[in-house]
Design a protein around this ligand. Structure first.
Ligand SMILES: *Cc1c(COP(=O)(O)O)cnc(C)c1O
Length: 338
C-alpha cells in the first residue's frame, strides 16, 4: 500500500467518474460545439452568479488568462509573497502579461485591506499603474489557510475606490467553502474573476474553470487560444468535472478531519518544532534544527509513505480523496512509532 500525501493532485479518477466520462456527449469545442463542456461552463457560471465561464486545461492557464484580462503590459498587480501566481507559475505574470507583482508580506498567505492600500502606487507617470488585487483561498503555501470573509469584503471596497480589478485564485476554494460553510454565490458577488480547480480536491484528472461577467470575460476565449489552451472533444474531461461537482465537494470535510488528526499526532512528537494551524487539507510542519529533513523523508519513504519538503526544514502533507481510512490508520501508527 502506497500512501501518497505529496499533494491533492495525485488522485486518480474513480470507476464511477471514468464511466461518466466515457458516456459524455462531445463535439469540437473550438467550434464551441461540445455539449458537455458547455454544460460545465454554464453550471459553474451559474453557481457563482456570473454570466460567463471558460474551461481550461490547468489552473495556471486560468489564472494567467485572468491576469491578462485585467492588465496591460507595464501594469502592476498586488498579491501575497506566497501567491501561486507569483511563485509557481513559472514567471508567467511577466512572461505572458508583462506585469510586475507588488508582494505583500502577509500572514500565512493572507493580508489586510490596509496592506493593500499601502501597496497601491501613487498616480504619477513614473510609477507603474496598479491594476489588480489577487488573493488565494485557501492559500496553498499558507498551509490551506482560509480568509476571513470580512477582510475579503474590505479589500473589495479598496478595489472599488481605486479602480482595481479583483481576482480570486480559488484552486482550493471548495475546501474553504465546506470548512467555513460559505457559498459560491457569496464569492461571485465580490470578485470580478475567479478560477477554480477540478483536479485538486475534487479528484478530476484535468481541468480548471475561470468565471466572470461577460464584460471582463470578453477576450478570455481569444487569450486561451493564444496560450494554446484550445481543446477539441474536451467533454470527456468536462464530464469528470460535472461528476465531481455532484459527488466530491461535501466529502472534503473528511480530508480536513484527517489532516487535523495528523496534526495532533505530529504536535506530540519531540523532534517536531512546530505544526502550523490546520484549517483544511494541508498540514505544514517544521522539524527541529538537529533533525535531518532528507533522512526524515527517507524514513517515511522506506515505509511507502510520501510527503514533500517545502524548504527550510518545513514539510507538507496533503490529504485527499484517495487517502483512505486504512491508510490514515497506518500513517498515524507509523508516526507514533518514529
Ligand atoms: C494548483 C494550484 C493552481 C493551479 O495549478 P495547475 O497545476 O496549473 O492546475 C493555482 N493556484 C493554486 C493556489 C494552486 O494550488
Amino acid at each position: 500500500m502506497t500512501i501518497d500525501l505529496r499533494s491533492d493532485t495525485v488522485t486518480k479518477p474513480s470507476k464511477a467518474m471514468l464511466e461518466t466520462m466515457m458516456q459524455a456527449k462531445v463535439g469540437d469545442d473550438v467550434f464551441r460545439e461540445d455539449e458537455t463542456v458547455n454544460q460545465l461552463e454554464t453550471r459553474i457560471a451559474k453557481m457563482f452568479g456570473k454570466s460567463s465561464a471558460l474551461f481550461f486545461p490547468s489552473g495556471t492557464m486560468a489564472n494567467q488568462t485572468a491576469l491578462k484580462l485585467h492588465t496591460s503590459p507595464g501594469d502592476q498587480i498586488i498579491c501575497d509573497k506566497y501567491a501561486h501566481i507569483y511563485n509557481y507559475e513559472s514567471g508567467g505574470a511577466s512572461f505572458n502579461s508583462g506585469v510586475s507583482c507588488k508582494l505583500i508580506d502577509g500572514n500565512r498567505g493572507m493580508f489586510t485591506a490596509e496592506q493593500v492600500i499601502d501597496a497601491i502606487n501613487p498616480d504619477a507617470y513614473y510609477y507603474s499603474s496598479t491594476r489588480l488585487v489577487e488573493i488565494e483561498n485557501t492559500a496553498n503555501r499558507g498551509g490551506g489557510s482560509c480568509w476571513d470573509f470580512n477582510e475579503i469584503l474590505k479589500i473589495r471596497k479598496v478595489c472599488d475606490e481605486n479602480n482595481l480589478g479583483y481576482h480570486l485564485d480559488g484552486a482550493r476554494l471548495w475546501n474553504a467553502l465546506v470548512e467555513k460553510k460559505q457559498t459560491t454565490e457569496q464569492y461571485g458577488e465580490v470578485f470580478d474573476t475567479i478560477s477554480v480547480c477540478l483536479s485538486k480536491g475534487l479528484g478530476c484528472p484535468v481541468g480548471s474553470v475561470l468565471v466572470g461577467d461577460e464584460a471582463i470575460m470578453k477576450n478570455a476565449l481569444r487569450i486561451r487560444k493564444v496560450f494554446g489552451g484550445n481543446m477539441r472533444q474536451a467533454g470527456f474531461l468536462a464530464a469528470a468535472g460535472l461528476y465531481a461537482l455532484d459527488h466530491n465537494i461535501h466529502r472534503l470535510v473528511d480530508d480536513h478531519k484527517k489532516a487535523k488528526e495528523i496534526g495532533e499526532v505530529l504536535a506530540k512528537l519531540a523532534f517536531i518544532k512546530i505544526v502550523e494551524p490546520i484549517e483544511t487539507n494541508i498540514v505544514i510542519f517544521e522539524l527541529n534544527n538537529d533533525v535531518n529533513e532528507k533522512e526524515f523523508i527517507q524514513q517515511l519513504t522506506n515505509k511507502n509513505i510520501h510527503i514533500i519538503s517545502m524548504g527550510t526544514n518545513k514539510l507538507r502533507i496533503v490529504t485527499h480523496l484517495d487517502y483512505t481510512i486504512t491508510m490514515h490508520d497506518k500513517l498515524i501508527k507509523v508516526l507514533q512509532t518514529l
